[in-house]
Design a protein around this ligand. Structure first.
Ligand code: COI
Length: 332
């Protein structure tokens, strides 16, 4: 068996090389993203592993079919940039890594919230300029707040445990109830109820598709005054302009955004000597009430290792048995 792994960063290489040695399977490591051009490099290989934020072009899958490659394993969880139609047409199976480290994302959401509650961004900026005054950056304590968790999958559950450890009151909403959380009586009956009761709303749900936002002018009007929004999930869950306006107008306190609706091509790029070309994002970055980071909640050694190795294990299972526990149902 011979595999090819696309879009590999330096920090992923050692895990892939270790896996290759341990499993005695050749893995060609390629830093290029998977495109209609670079897919030609997969000639002679049995399976393609990849990760990228850019959409996977439909033509890639026509060529995979021509090359006789019928499995693609992603090193991440989100499959929103994969055209399922093209996979089905070419009889290509897809796997992802559904749970590389829910704790990484959960811990990061709480980190961002704590920073915002204590106005750290503003305080650090002041101290950088030798301004050591306290006022007006008085903080709020997490143990005084109600945290609303939207989405109680693995990441939401990990976040709940942390918040409970801090003594916060937790409420949650999900279409599917987790029996343990149900027993604890955490669920409210609708997202609207969650929005209206929570001091902090933390999103842990997948993208709902283009134009379907959870946080927008209308939903913000139902939220508590001074509430905080945390998004480590998908940028398109929020209408960023509406959120920004609500913070500037004083309706909401602020937000922790590790994802952004137009992040592709910006996040994980060095634009320090280029024009950002996004006025709204620039305003968000400048505001002390926004903790904005470039999709780093997942970025820990544990998660990166799991992404590298689980994707390869799924590929082996697919090629040896015709299926794997991480195969995506393309009919959904
Ligand atoms: C995903 O796994 O889909 C993520 O959102 C994290 C990604 C930046 C690797």
């Amino acid at each position: 068996m011979k595999l090819i792994d696309y879009g590999v960063r330096e920090d992923e290489k050692e895990y892939i090389q270790e896996w290759s040695k341990e499993n005695e399977i050749e893995v060609k490591i390629v830093s290029d993203l998977l495109t209609p051009e670079t897919v030609q490099m997969a000639k002679g290989y049995d399976g393609i592993v990849a990760y990228q934020q850019l959409p996977y072009d439909e033509k890639i899958f026509d060529t995979m079919n021509e090359l006789g490659i019928h499995v693609i394993s992603l090193r991440n969880v989100g499959v929103d940039n994969v055209p399922f139609k093209a996979l089905k047409k070419n009889k290509i199976r897809l796997t992802n890594v559904p749970s590389y480290s829910p704790e990484a994302i959960a811990e990061y959401s709480v980190t961002g919230l704590m920073a915002l509650l204590r106005n750290l961004k503003h305080m650090i900026r002041k101290v950088d300029n030798y301004d050591f005054r306290w006022e007006p950056d008085i903080g709020r304590e997490l143990n005084q707040l109600t945290v609303g968790i939207a989405g109680t999958g693995r990441i939401g559950q990990a976040a709940i445990k942390i918040y409970q450890g801090f003594g916060a009151k937790v409420i949650a909403f999900d279409k599917f109830h987790n029996p343990e959380l149900e027993k604890q009586g955490l669920y409210v009956d609708s997202l609207d109820t969650l929005l209206s009761q929570a001091d902090v709303v933390s999103l842990h749900i997948p993208s709902l598709g283009k134009g379907h936002t959870v946080i927008n002018r209308q939903s913000i009007s139902e939220m508590k005054d001074n509430a905080i929004v945390i998004n480590t999930a998908r940028g398109d869950l929020i209408n960023t302009k509406d959120l920004y306006d609500a913070v500037i107008e004083g309706k909401l306190y602020g937000a922790v955004l590790d994802v952004y609706e137009n992040e592709v091509g910006i996040f994980n790029s060095d634009l320090s000597s280029k024009d950002l070309g996004d006025e709204l994002l620039d305003k968000v970055i400048q505001s002390p009430r926004f903790i904005l980071t470039p999709h780093i909640a997942f970025y820990t050694t544990k998660a990166v290792k799991n992404m590298a190795t689980v994707s390869l294990n799924s590929m082996v299972a697919e090629l040896q048995t015709g299926s794997s526990e991480n195969e995506i149902n393309l009919e959904k």
